[in-house]
Design a protein around this ligand. Structure first.
Ligand code: ZN
Length: 415
């Protein structure tokens, strides 16, 4: 029988981790010595190298010998577009000043808001592009980006238009989120600001189609559960899907609102009551756990991911890249999830692929090597999937493909 021509063949891996048709031991659908056939940007087949070589031929063959193949990583939580850095604040935190104390004194998010308002759209685009290049080289093929350093109608638009420009000009898949309710602008009453978010910003942003999700920082010192519920309720009416920064520093009722409104995700969940986590099994809210963010807060507190997993929840993992937690790599998150949260390699792999895709409503498109899905994948210089979370600080990303297009080779972005 004649071999079928395909655009790309990735062959000879030690393990091809499909997250499809789960094998019994890991639930990861691992194919030994396998690979992937790709055509017109889609997965045609993930199978043994032997079978792929029998059925297909291609001009582009990527050799994944001594490597593992995984779906491209999905980062479901970043604040990637902003100006400046907060290295000085981090030194204060090391000396014992809390994150919320810094914010109350006009630092923290507010400091970044001031810097971002002063920045041109062009400079935000340039720094955003560089950061996304880094994401790619770390194996992330889909990245969510929140606004929230404008805190004013025109400035939130400036950020979301920058995200939109990145979406159109960068190879990473980008999911935009409006987070006007990230902090209360200095000198304004929170009640007034909430009204401007609800009556001005949200309708304008929804009309312009600049966001798929709406997120709120539900926390003492930011927005209480009532205000958060009102903002998210309005967003829902306008056709946006919902996310919430829930219970990061205190039990602020965030998880409860997520359950009530059937949000797509509730993120952080460091102080969420067990009852609300249990409810997520019914409401289908995806818990997004951010171990690097918890570490950077230097409080010693972290989300109880083990309980969430025991409840059968699809725990997703993200970086929470922001000026207060400067890290972009999902493999670093993996290393922290194993050490800080005692998540197994299989749980972590699901957390940065299919569950993270679920956190963005993209589980039918990306997140596994299922036939017909977009061909987003990474090859890692590692002998087995158990190296995810085991190794850290090593450059193990070799190749990255997005929609079948080869975008990283030998760990470097292809210009
Ligand atoms: Zn965040």
């Amino acid at each position: 029988m004649a071999k079928k021509q395909v655009d790309v063949l990735v062959l000879n891996s030690n393990e091809t981790i499909t997250l499809d048709s789960p094998d019994t031991e890991t639930g990861l659908g691992i194919i030994d010595n396998g690979g992937v056939a790709i055509n017109q940007g889609k997965i045609v087949l993930a199978a043994s190298t032997e079978l792929l070589e029998r059925k297909f031929r291609s001009r582009t063959i990527i050799d994944a010998e001594d490597e593992i193949i995984l779906p491209g990583f999905v980062d479901p939580h970043t604040h990637l577009v902003f100006a400046g850095a907060r290295d000085a604040e981090f030194q204060l935190r090391i000396e014992g000043v809390s994150y919320m104390d810094v914010l109350r004194k006009g630092g923290g998010i507010i400091e970044t808001v001031n810097r971002t308002r002063q920045a041109s759209a062009e400079s935000l685009f340039r720094s955003g592009k560089q950061r996304l290049d880094t994401c790619l080289e770390f194996g992330s093929t889909t990245v969510e980006i929140k606004s929230g350093y404008g805190l004013r109608d025109d400035e939130e638009f400036k950020i979301l238009r920058t995200v939109d420009r990145l979406k159109k000009n960068h190879r990473c898949r980008i999911v935009p989120t409006f987070m006007g309710a990230h902090a209360v602008p200095p000198g304004e009453a929170s009640s007034e600001y909430v009204l401007s978010v609800i009556d001005e910003m949200l309708p304008g942003i929804a009309r312009a189609g600049l966001a798929e999700f709406c997120d709120v920082f539900c926390e003492q010192g930011a927005f209480d559960s009532l205000e958060s519920g009102r903002i998210l309720g309005k967003a829902l009416k306008l056709g946006l899907r919902l996310k919430i920064h829930a219970d990061q520093f205190t039990d602020s009722g965030g998880a409860e609102i997520a359950n009530k409104l059937h949000a797509t995700t509730a993120d952080h969940l460091v102080h969420s009551p067990a009852k609300q986590l249990e409810k997520m099994a019914e409401t289908k809210v995806v818990p997004v756990v951010l171990p690097s963010s918890s570490l950077s807060a230097l409080t010693g507190e972290k989300a109880d991911a083990r309980s969430m997993l025991t409840l059968g929840l699809p725990v997703a993992l993200g970086t929470d890249f922001s000026p207060s937690n400067w890290m972009l790599g999902q493999l670093t998150v993996a290393a922290l999830a194993s050490r800080e949260l005692r998540m197994t390699a299989s749980e972590i792999i699901r957390g940065i692929t299919i569950n993270a895709a679920r956190a963005l409503g993209l589980e039918k498109k990306v997140g596994s090597l299922h036939v017909g899905k977009d061909a987003d994948l990474v090859t890692l210089r590692a002998p087995s999937h158990k190296w995810i979370g085991y190794t850290y600080g090593e450059r193990i990303v070799d190749n990255v493909l997005i929609g079948g297009e080869w975008v990283v080779r030998d760990g470097r972005r292809i210009p």
